[in-house]
Ligand binder design. Structure first.
Ligand code: NAD
Ligand code: UGA
Length: 332
């Protein structure tokens, strides 16, 4: 179900800050908040006037009176003025992706996922922000025996990326216990897909391969399973976490569509009528075989459940990928 068909969000913060707003999930969230009547300050170090991907992600927000974009790096910028009067901070800025985190980029992961988060937390405490929602990750669970992961399970991160995400959420939860700290909800997102998904992610690559006829590299045999979670469902859960006074601590956001990579390939084939050419490659370090969310806490605390099934979500994702790219060179 594409974004415009999502049931209206019936509660939204009045004023919100979205970090990482030029990214995949952050841009969808900022758009939905503005649609719901909120005033949003979006912060991202990617500049939409020079970065075509940021411009594309922010295109629907350009010129919207409720949205104010600030190009700034949270590692260095003055954060306090951005947070004044915010009812909620949605902290999504970070360096995502499991595979590159083993390389020399690890310093960037640490800096953006942990040190920048520390600066956001210090500023939130000084300004008295009441609620902070942080984008955590299913990767904090690490390898499982295939059973659904619950928030009470012991985390066991299997990659440097996952270690930084666990550090990030735990840091936020520690600040929540500190006098004057914001109340914190750490949403453990499970493999999010949909329009504008990052180009390094599997779903994007599979749909792209199906549309163009280019080969798709499979890391392993394709039997890895993920709880693929559609972007609109993720946005709905995130806004609910921003306004629900009873929400606190880690909450899984996933559980709608558990499927293997080969299932995704088969759906992509059926949507295009073209057979993707698969090139098998070695399993990447830190890649877990199965992620599976137990979504019951999200149901109880946020009254949330995923609505979009994998076939419908992939169809909407593919339609967005196939649409001609607008010309952003004249972006204001
Ligand atoms: P993304 O890369 O599209 O967006 C992240 C944004 O954060 C980027 O635009 C980037 O420029 C910005 N950013 C990074 N460091 C920054 C800094 N120091 N200052 C200012 N801006 C900075 O990624 P995404 O897929 O939208 O993920 C968003 C968040 O959700 C990340 O924290 C990620 O770890 C988490 N997450 C994503 C998924 C998923 O499936 N996409 C799953 C679990 C968790
Ligand atoms: C995704 C995001 O990239 C992380 O940022 C996020 O934290 C994580 O979800 C999460 O749920 O917490 P991942 O599930 O590894 O991580 O998603 P993909 O990068 O799309 O990979 C999914 C699977 O496809 C992996 O097994 C990967 O090895 C495989 N893959 C990926 C390929 O076989 N080929 C590719 O070209 C890309």
């Amino acid at each position: 179900m594409p974004q415009h068909e999502q049931p209206p969000t019936n509660a939204s913060p009045r004023r919100a800050v979205v970090t990482g707003s030029a990214g995949f999930i952050g841009s969808h969230l900022a758009h939905a908040l503005v649609q719901a009547g909120a005033t949003v300050i979006g912060v991202d170090r990617r500049d939409p006037s020079t970065d075509p991907m940021a411009a594309a992600n922010l295109a629907a927000l350009r010129g919207r009176p409720g949205y104010h974009h600030v190009t700034a790096d949270l590692l260095h910028c003055a954060i306090d003025p951005l947070l004044i009067d915010a009812d909620a901070v949605f902290h999504l800025a970070g360096i995502p992706g499991v595979r590159p985190s083993w390389g020399p980029q690890f310093g960037d992961y640490l800096a953006s996922n942990v040190l920048a988060t520390h600066r956001v937390l210090e500023a939130s405490t000084r300004i008295g922000v009441p609620r902070l929602v942080v984008a955590s990750s299913s990767s904090v669970y690490g390898p499982t025996d295939g059973d659904a992961s619950r928030e009470t399970d012991r985390p066991n991160p299997a990659s440097p990326y996952a270690v930084t995400k666990l550090a990030e959420e735990q840091l936020c939860l520690a600040y929540a216990e500190r006098p004057g700290g914001p109340s914190v909800v750490a949403l453990r997102y499970f493999t999010v897909y949909g329009p504008r998904q990052r180009a390094d992610m599997f779903t994007h690559r599979a749909l792209y391969a199906a549309l163009t006829g280019q080969p798709l590299r499979l890391y392993g045999d394709g039997h890895q399973r993920r709880d693929f979670t559609y972007i609109d469902d993720v946005v709905t859960a995130t806004i609910a976490a921003g306004v629900n006074p009873n929400a606190h601590g880690p909450i899984n956001v996933g559980g709608g569509s558990n499927a293997s990579l080969l299932d995704v390939v088969n759906i992509a084939n059926s949507l295009t009528g073209r057979e993707i050419q698969l090139h098998q490659d070695h399993v990447r370090n830190g890649d877990v075989l199965v992620t599976r969310a137990d979504p019951s806490r999200a149901g109880e605390v946020l009254d949330w459940q995923p609505r979009v099934d994998l076939h419908g979500g992939l169809r909407a994702h593919m339609q967005a990928l196939a649409a001609p790219m607008p010309d952003y060179s004249r972006a204001a």
